[in-house]
Design a binder for this molecule. Structure first.
Ligand code: SAM
Length: 222
């Protein structure tokens, strides 16, 4: 039987991390270290509190971290921006984005307290200074931000209804403030009510891996 020299960190994990670095070649040492630490932290926490599918943990960097960074296909947040991640679960897309944009403030919200705990523990372990967390429903959060981001939380119309109150009026980014969310599959129906304002991009135009073939990033100015 072939022996695995590093059963805790399979080779595919570092192969995926290298793919991520290929797409984001300007990461500094600190960011590379922070991204690199995510595997052990999530593998450990996910065994206790399920925040991503257990059989998908080896695909952490491709399916969860790089996917989260797909938000940048729509916009690179300007330094000094503020962003809320609604329904962050264990920290996606908020934590990968907070690593990539250390001068942007991220506020990660989820209605399930134990998931928020995972995100907090991971952020603390990698020394992330630009994230805050709140255990609450998005409906209760009253603070205002430049953007709200979200992955796999609820249909677009419901998201828009909840986060409209959370969008600041003043614009400092290249796009007017609003909602940017990661979506999969057939979106035509969801997007219909916003078709005049929404922009939809295929992540397959940014990331060539098979996984992104059906993945999209959607922006709605609010
Ligand atoms: C499928 S999970 C996705 C988690 C994370 N965004 C990710 O991609 O891994 C959906 C998350 O949204 C949260 N959620 C759903 N409705 C919410 C609401 N109204 N306010 C806050 N969180 C909510 C759930 O608690 C859950 O953690």
């Amino acid at each position: 039987m072939e022996q695995d020299n590093n059963p805790i960190r399979p080779a595919c994990v570092d192969e995926q991390l290298a793919i991520l670095q290929g797409y984001f070649p300007h990461l500094n040492e600190k960011q590379i270290k922070q991204f690199s630490s995510l595997y052990e932290l999530y593998a450990d926490w996910n065994a206790k509190i399920n925040v991503i599918s257990r059989k998908d943990i080896e695909n952490l960097y491709l399916h969860h971290v790089l996917h989260s960074l797909g938000i940048t296909a729509m916009l690179h947040f300007k330094d000094g921006s503020s962003v809320m991640d609604l329904g962050t679960g264990g920290g996606f897309p908020g934590i990968p984005l907070a690593i990539l944009f250390p001068n942007v403030k991220f506020h990660l919200v989820d209605s399930i307290g134990k998931k928020i705990k995972v995100g907090q523990a991971v952020a603390e372990a990698i020394g992330l200074q630009n994230v805050t967390f709140r255990h609450c429903r998005g409906e209760e959060e009253k603070q205002a931000f430049d953007f709200v981001v979200s992955r796999a939380v609820m249909p677009l119309a419901d998201l828009v209804k909840i986060v409209r109150k959370n969008i600041r009026k003043e614009q400092i980014n290249a796009l007017p403030n609003g909602l940017i969310c990661l979506k999969g599959g057939e979106l035509a129906h969801e997007i219909l009510p916003f078709k005049n304002q929404a922009i939809q991009l295929d992540l397959s135009d940014t990331f060539s891996e098979e996984y992104f073939k059906t993945k999209k990033v959607v922006y709605v100015p609010l």
